[in-house]
Design a protein around this ligand. Sequence first.
Ligand code: PLP
Ligand code: 3DJ
Length: 401
Amino acid sequence: MQLDDARALDRNDPFADTARLFDLPQGVIYLDGNSLGPPPRPALDALTKAAQAEWGHDLIASWNSADWMGLPLRTGARIARLIGVDETSVIAGDSVSVNLFKLAAGLVMGGAKGVAVERGDFPTDGYVMEGLARLSGTPFTLIEPGAGVAGLPDGHDVLVRSAVHYKTAAKVDIAAEEREAARLGRTIIWDLSHAAGLVGLQLERDGAKYAVGCGYKYLNGGPGAPAFVYCHRDVVESFAQPLSGWMGHATPFAFKDGYKPATGVSRFAAGTPAILSMSALHGALSAFEGLDMAQVEAKARALGDTFLAAIAPLGLETISPPSAQRAGHVSLVHEDGYAVVQAMIAEGVIGDFREPDVMRFGFAPLYLTHAQVFNAGQIMVEIIQSGRFSEPRFGKRNAVT
Ligand SMILES: Cc1ncc(COP(=O)(O)O)c(C=O)c1O
Ligand SMILES: Nc1c(O)cccc1C(=O)C[C@H](N)C(=O)O
């Protein structure tokens, strides 16, 4: 592949208009939208409006006049379309970690026994289940990577599983896993952090009942953006959400003693929502309006292929699966991976590094072109072939990578 081939692919890009919503800094090729998405203009506009006109001017009246009360559900409805579920079954709020706790602890309180996570999945999922096990006395087990629901040991009803693996980008066949879960009488909570806003998810069609996901990655909601939780309408009315705070109460402003959950997914709210962050997320989601998520996913994979073609001369090992089973990023192994990524950042190509030796590059389709990605690949080739990464300034680890 040559640069002209990449440019030819860009001529058929269905997302050329969407790219205009993003003002990335000049000279930067941003390959880290899988960790922190950049701000689309509607996110910044919504944030400014919420801060100045709503908070600054209308003050507390904005809970009603700007419908701050309804914002978590309105934001959830926008996310619902992207993950293929009923628009009333998603609510935005809290973090992935907290929402995972709500779902898993609610299942355990409802009688489920034993929770499991695959070894090597994103650590917070295991940490939270470990805490739940300590609290509730239910067993917690780390199972083999890729084992899926069939790998749940006896006495374990619940598996928490990433739909897309944070390190490898391997994509799970959700429908097949849910069929297996139904056959075995077990339950899966999906972590959609690296899938939402990227993969053409159809959770309801595929039989998924419970999921959580991140607002700050491909959804571009901003640092610390609220996460979301999905609970299928068939199970939500009997679901006992354990963080039973007043915002999930049926009548929060009646200030009554005694908890009575709100109907539907509103019961997953706990405390007061982070309105400024959620306004940014709500605005950011408008960038997805009218987009076909299957096309978004297809472009992400094609961009990954362009990158791999550009760096082919390096012959690096990849831990990511081939295109058909891969989602939005590509991970490559290099013993000096940290220094290589730092040297690339110094030349405007922003990716990230995951211990011990993985260089990770994300290909968010809404603002990246094949030509940019091909250039990024060529810069990587030059940096490695010239040895430029071995300057001492590139070897010093940051706290956040
Ligand atoms: C798969 C996965 N799950 C969970 C998280 C953490 O989410 P949070 O910080 O919202 O708890 C991340 C990233 O930080 C992630 O990649
Ligand atoms: N949430 C993050 C943060 O606060 C700082 C740096 C990175 C993150 C991330 O989201 C990491 C990400 N989940 C990952 O896949 O590595």
